[in-house]
Design a protein around this ligand. Structure first.
Ligand code: CUA
Length: 160
């Protein structure tokens, strides 16, 4: 079969570009540990009171490591305080593991200026680890429409 010279060059160029893309995907998984977000567990929302989410809130694991259990519900992030829009205070350099679920409907979970963007689904446990290296106040925002109180569903993380 005859392939024109220019056409052959283009076939080779496409093959090389495809190879670079494939190598980038493999490297991101193998070298940089990038994985698709997936739930770390399942939970029956009716039995949250008997689960690890019975008493949501912050626990300190070691010097700069903390774990936050959080339950999203219409229309607030429950971290164990009575405030409708709670603030979590942590020192600079804190590594926070967030373990979260939803009690009722699909909620969003987004932390300003950090690489955290999850959906919280009833029946599903989501987990993310984030390190706060800069002082400031970072809002946690529900960015998934969840009903008439959606716009008030905000919490804050204060790093000092
Ligand atoms: Cu919860 Cu919007």
């Amino acid at each position: 079969m005859h392939i024109d010279r220019l056409e052959r060059y283009w076939i080779i160029a496409v093959g090389v570009v495809f190879g670079i893309f494939a190598a980038a995907i493999i490297a991101s998984v193998v070298v940089f540990g990038v994985h698709l977000p997936s739930p770390v567990g399942r939970i029956d929302p009716a039995k949250i009171a008997e689960s690890e989410f019975a008493h949501p809130g912050l626990t300190q694991d070691s010097d700069h490591a903390y774990t936050l259990h959080l339950v999203a519900k219409m229309w607030r992030f429950d971290v164990g305080s009575k405030e409708p829009q709670p603030t979590i205070k942590l020192p600079v350099g804190s590594k926070l593991t967030i373990i979260a679920t939803s009690l009722d409907v699909t909620h969003g979970f987004y932390i300003e200026q950090h690489d955290v963007n999850m959906m919280l689904l009833p029946g599903q446990i989501s987990e993310v680890v984030v390190t706060f290296n800069k002082p400031g106040v970072y809002h946690i925002i529900c960015h998934e429409y969840c009903g008439p109180g959606h716009q008030a569903m905000v919490a804050s993380i204060e790093i000092s």
